[in-house]
Design a binder for this molecule. Sequence first.
Ligand code: PCA
Length: 326
Amino acid sequence: MSKTIYTIAAGVAVATLSVVSANAETWDMPMAYSATNFHSATGAEFAECVTLGTGGNLTIQTHPGGSLYAGAEIKRAIQTGQVNIGERLLSGHQNENALFGFDSVPFLATSFEQSEKLWDVAKGPLSELLTEQNLHLLYSVPWPGQGLYFDREVNTLADADGLKFRAYNAASGRMAELAGMLPVQIEAAEISQAFATGVAQGMVSSGSTGYDRKVWESLSHYYGVDAWMPRNYVMVNLDAWNGLDEATKNVINGCSALAEYAGDWRSIQYTEFTVNELAKNGMTTGPASPELQAELQAIGETMTTEWLEAAGEKGQMIVDAYKAAQ
Ligand code: PCA
């Protein structure tokens, strides 16, 4: 290559680079759960998809494990534009608006198929609520069914009376109260320590979180009760979303659809794998006794009535539409 051509080529390369970098943006994406968790793995692929699809004009950088913002702070951080994107368990905000807890109504949707149907009818009202809060919903993935963890054998609620029970949203806290236990709100990122130090002695969660946090180091029993299937949601600040060009929005929408599909599959596959891992690591796993199941069903009925009262017309519409779709 002659010196002139080489100089021109180098100049073009620099010019092209500077065009990309002049428009290029990086969005930090806080996520609350550990890097190895399936939601975080799905989020990392989503981020890579957007980065590749926009040719580097929009780079998304995930921060799992609550390293940038703890779970409870993520929604506010996105709403206020401290970050443009993030993932949050929205039922964690059920106290702010009962609609956020539609996915944690006990025994309403207890399989992946039912969770999908419930999501189909709840997506509209939930997106509207988020828009009012300056948030734009991209995708949502369910956690596996929620079971009960304890540091002892529990055959009826009397065996768990007065135990300190780790909760992660209003529903898990209310369940503890109605069951005669003492709820303590603790983020997933903090639970290994909470169990090791006796701050909590049980929780309701998926096999997935028990596996991620190696709870077998402190807890001994896991009862698969499929109480509900809460969801994580990836959301964008609405102003940031509106500021994107159509091509970028299209890439993000495509990557979101792929992420939701991949996340659903991961959640399904993770269910059995993680419960098996709990057992392999020494925990006793299996269904709850019929007595315990009946006690939980009764608590579930009380909680369903309470949720419907709190969620009003919109909540009733979601439940009616869901039941009609069965
Ligand atoms: N894991 C999360 C929420 C639901 C779940 O399965 C947690 O325990 O915080």
